[in-house]
Design a protein around this ligand. Structure first.
Ligand code: OAD
Length: 224
């Protein structure tokens, strides 16, 4: 079975009703990134940061996987599929994908500020004073700006082994995630689905300048 590796970004969930970060009216337009998504921001105003992610967590309960999430899950009938997502939502899992690596953390998990390996599932609001067993404040299990991306080495190894790389709905602006495209083998076919693609088609890169749901239809025609 051929191994398809899929790198997804916020555009993957846009048609589910989750805002992207950098599009017009995107999430970062209304927020100062460094205040809500950095360790410094959390030190300065933890309530603001917790509230920001509480809102995201609440919204996640109101949205559903879209057809593109479902199509990726269905690809498992014909391919080995590994999804590397920059998204912190659980829409790939809910659509039925069985192998999902979260590069930037997960909204439905929290961890101890005193013990990073103490990670728990958390579906409700997280507030100041919610502590781990050892008494440390709990924080969202999200990779903030300036923090390490612990899953990047795993993701690089997965990309090395890809027969096909599919990139969906990412502006390719945030590293190290955007750099993963450089870790596939030189002859690996790359498909990039995005209505405003950040890179051009060339050599082994085919650009499908469409939304995730429309682009997935084209991709399935090409692959199956
Ligand atoms: P961006 O907001 O930077 O980019 C979203 C991409 O999705 C853009 O290229 C859009 O053109 C595309 N897009 C919009 N609607 C789409 C649709 N219906 N179908 C397909 N694509 C669509 O989001 P990311 O590239 O995911 O990190 O951003 C990367 C990281 O930056 C995020 O994981 C987040 C952010 O800061 C953290 O918060 C840690």
């Amino acid at each position: 079975m051929k191994h398809i590796v899929v790198l997804t970004g916020a555009g993957m969930s846009a048609e589910s009703g989750v805002k992207t970060f950098r599009d017009h009216n995107g999430l970062w337009e209304g927020h100062d990134v460094m205040r809500v998504a950095s360790p410094e921001g959390f030190r300065q105003n933890p309530e603001l940061v917790l509230d920001f992610y509480n809102q995201r967590r609440k919204q996640l309960k109101t949205v559903q996987p879209n057809q593109a999430h479902k199509d990726l899950a269905n690809l498992e009938q014909d391919f080995k599929v590994t999804i590397i997502t920059q998204n912190v939502d659980d829409l790939h899992e809910r659509a039925g994908s069985s192998d999902v690596v979260h590069l930037h953390g997960e909204l439905l998990k929290i961890r101890s500020t005193g013990n990073p390996s103490d990670i728990k599932t958390w579906t409700e609001d997280l507030n100041l004073g919610d502590n781990c067993d050892k008494g440390y404040q709990l924080r969202p299990h999200i990779v903030w700006f300036g923090e390490d991306v612990p899953m990047i080495e795993t993701a690089v190894k997965i990309c090395y082994a890809a027969d096909i790389l599919v990139i969906i709905g990412t502006s390719m602006q945030v590293y190290p995630a955007a750099g993963l495209i450089n870790y596939v083998q030189p002859d690996t076919a790359i498909f990039y689905i995005d209505p405003k693609p950040a890179i051009q088609g060339r050599g082994n890169i085919t650009v499908i300048a469409k939304s995730a749901t429309e682009g997935m239809k084209d991709l399935i025609d090409k692959l199956i």
